[in-house]
Design a binder for this molecule. Structure first.
Ligand code: FAD
Length: 403
């Protein structure tokens, strides 16, 4: 079997894996990314990148570079109870330097990070390469065995990073345990052509039926996500598409034409709204980052921001690990020590909000009233800031920033 040697092997070329690879390559650490897909085209994934993501890019001096790629700026958000606006987000008030969120398809973001990383000779990436086994020596991870096309090969590394997402293979192979896990809600996604008179913004639609999130998407489309309680989607599918068409039109009349064109459930992508925290993210020679270590629900659209912030901290710790030639659990655990408190807070918010979004029929009736009242309090603005902004810059060495 062929064997390749590198310094850091990153399993998974999603946002967290690609950003970590770029930062390490810049620091002259040899890095090899393994991505199981053939390219960056993938099923619909997170596209809304919040001001906290842009703050992080700014800290790394990458914001201007990333914004050269196709995207759409979203400057406002609004909360509606049926057709009445009860609250708003003005991104201009959220952050001075990044007074907007952006909508950028994930393949575009990944391509941007790839092109930048490919400028460094210490960067390597293999697509269509799926991890099968972990190479262990004396209780330490020394790399992985990967199936690359028809070929199996060993990639040996001083540090192996699991950036392979919420269903992480590395997490399973290495028996990482969860500290907590929650799955109560599904978000059912679809897109329609952007309605002409619709402002280009994010809109949260609250009713005593399903709650719905809508956002302008790059390419003149509107992305819509409808929230259902965990078991509800299966029941809806059993009831058939005709009944669901009526539900959709009841949520908003803009969906009438789309509903009329439906013959089956194919245009819908369900996202399990999972939230979990892995108890300990590192073992000797190995660390989990991003969704593999700490998965957030779609509430607040912060998944990419949280995953990438962990990747940046991981880059800082890994640079230190190479300087000190120390790849132990204790060294790599510093990533978790720095990132966990903030992620716990976001998880706690998301749990509370999710309880309001999918709850008992009685509470559903009360929801519009409760949210209208909440929107009038200062707490509402405080929650927005807590979700959308990084509380402080990431504690990293300035050497990680680009010129
Ligand atoms: C439908 C949907 C909508 C979302 N909306 C938003 C949003 O608007 N904003 C937001 O911030 N977040 C959103 N999220 C969450 C966001 O997509 C994730 O939090 C983010 O992508 C996590 O990044 P990651 O790099 O940790 O993992 P991932 O993006 O999951 O990347 C993991 C990578 O690892 C690869 N991989 C998996 N297993 C293997 C293996 N065995 N070998 C090699 N490679 C492997 C996968 O192919 C993938 O490319 C959404 C998620 C979904 C599913």
């Amino acid at each position: 079997m062929k064997t390749l040697e590198t310094d850091v092997c990153i399993v998974g070329g999603g946002p967290a894996g690609m950003l970590l690879a770029l930062l390490l390559a810049k620091m002259n650490i040899r890095v090899h990314v393994l991505e199981k897909q053939k390219n960056f085209d993938r099923e619909y994934r997170g596209e809304i990148l919040q001001p906290r993501f842009l703050q992080m890019l700014e800290q790394l001096n990458l914001k201007e570079y990333v914004e050269r790629f196709p995207h759409e700026k979203l400057k406002q958000g609004a909360f509606y109870v049926r057709d009445r606006q009860i609250g708003s987000i003005n991104f201009q008030n959220v952050h001075r330097n990044s007074p907007y969120a952006i909508s950028m398809p994930q393949p575009v973001l990944l391509q941007a990070l790839y092109e930048k990383a490919a400028q460094y000779p210490s960067f390597e990436m293999s697509f269509h390469s799926s991890v099968q086994k972990v190479i262990m020596e004396d209780g330490t991870v020394k790399g992985v065995t990967v199936k690359s096309g028809d070929e199996e090969l060993d990639i040996r590394a001083k540090i192996t990073v699991g950036a392979d997402g919420r269903f992480s293979t590395l997490r399973r192979l290495m028996n990482f345990a969860f500290e907590y896990e929650q799955y109560n809600m599904d978000l059912i996604w679809f897109t329609i052509e952007h309605p002409e008179h619709w402002e280009r913004m994010l809109r949260f639609q609250i009713s005593n039926g399903p709650t719905c999130i809508m956002g302008s998407k790059y390419g003149n489309r509107l992305q819509v996500g409808i929230a259902f309680k965990r078991e509800e989607w299966e029941t809806i599918k059993q009831q058939g598409i005709e009944a669901f068409k009526e539900t959709i039109v009841r949520i908003h009349p803009y969906f009438k034409e789309f509903a009329g064109s439906l013959t089956d459930f194919k245009p819908f992508t369900p996202l399990q709204s999972k939230l979990f925290m892995v108890k300990q993210w590192a073992k000797d020679g190995c660390i989990l980052i991003g969704d593999a270590a700490h998965c957030a629900t779609p509430i607040g659209a912060v998944g990419v921001s949280l995953s990438c912030a962990t990747a940046v901290i991981a880059a800082d710790v890994i640079v230190k690990a190479f300087q000190e030639n120390d790849f132990s659990t204790e060294m790599l655990n510093q990533v978790q020590t720095m990132r966990e408190p903030e992620i716990r807070k976001i998880h706690a918010f998301q749990k509370k909000i999710e309880n309001v979004m999918v709850d008992s029929p009685f509470l559903r009736k009360m929801r519009p009233i409760a949210i209208t009242l909440l929107a009038k309090t200062p707490l509402f603005a405080k929650i927005q800031k807590r979700m959308l902004l990084m509380p402080t810059p990431l504690p990293i060495h300035p050497q990680l920033s680009f010129e």
